[in-house]
Ligand binder design. Sequence first.
Ligand SMILES: Cc1ncc(COP(=O)(O)O)c(C=O)c1O
Length: 433
Amino acid sequence: MLYGACCCISFHFLKRFFILIWHPYTQMQTAPHPIQISYGKGAVLYTTEGKELIDAVSSWWVNLHGHAHPYMAQRIYEQAQQLEQVIFAGFTHQPAQTLAARLLRHLPQNQTKVFFSDDGSTAVEVALKMALQYWHNKHTPRTRIVAFENAYHGDTFGAMSVSGRSTFTEPFTPMLFDVTHIAVPTKGNEALALEQLEQCLQTNEVAAFIFEPLVQGTAGMVMYQPETLDAMLALCKKHQVITIADEVMTGFGRTGRLFASHYLQQQPDVFCLSKGLTGGYLPMGITTCAQFIYDAFLSDDRRRALFHGHSYTANSLACAAALASLDLLEDPFTQKQIQHINQQHQQFKTRIAQHPKLADCRITGTIMAIEIATTEQSSYFNHLRDFMYNFCIEQGVLLRPLGNIVYLIPPYCINPQQLERVYEVILLMIEEV
Ligand SMILES: Cc1ncc(COP(=O)(O)O)c(C=O)c1O
């Protein structure tokens, strides 16, 4: 009786909390109650009811080394005892300086300056503002941005503007700035993408070209090869168009190399980083750029400065997390794990390649996407999505299908048995759809 009463109280207590919070990307009227997580360890999340969930999507693509990693926790704790935050205009600190130096060592040689912000969207906003103000400071009227169709660069207004037009952006359409969207150079579309880019470069109005290198995440893990992108970047260089690599999702090992741009011969002028930047422990965004962009802001006139900054710019706890994450990422053990995940994905792909319910299966590095054949068009709102999500959760695996596309982007600490379990659940799920 007493137990029953307690359950009742805690249920109502939780319910009250739930209705206080407006969750992201959630239709609050129809969504089930969110799953309450009490702790995480490695690749596994534990619910308050004691259920285990393998986090096969790295908690929205952020977590690299697993949950509650003792080394990550220790380094953040140590930093918290020194300095948590200081205004970053007129002040600086060691963790930010060390992080800037270490990141630039890993990025292409042309990257020389690091600008801090809060998340992936703000990293993109900063990149766009750098590119547009570059031309403004040069007194050259270039204001047009070129981006890929179905791109996703974030939820703030600039980031939405350069993203593909979709249900996500529809309510805001009149408020978004005009962008030229061109074809993605997926297999069979290489010539079209190049041709469309070449055409819009003729106008001499293009300020910048922004792209997700090799994998378009939210579009449904759409993958393409580096060769055409290289040719597109070369074209942009010829027309002095600033190239912006949005590596918010692809950065920090996801594609098999530290950055997807490491597969390219050309060096993009600007990089947007976030998500795995801090190993998934604290929010932070970074935009890096080439020297020529930075130089265009140097002047005796203060009005030519980059007027952008957030209260938590270069938060020192986030910097400590990013440094700790880089330590773990550079460790040969993690590099081997990245290779093993890719090999295990390849073996699974061979096993399921002929499955009649599959429309496609693709892999880049540690990212695997499985497209389920459907009578509807492949889309975020495909009716299979909810069934697949719920089925996997019931089986103890957190996957968050993009419509009829199920994808894996696991933390690098995932072990072969856990990964095998994820595949097993996907196979069971495919049988059920
Ligand atoms: C390529 C890309 N850019 C930008 C963003 C936005 O990042 P955030 O959600 O941290 O604002 C995302 C998020 O998924 C992304 O995938």
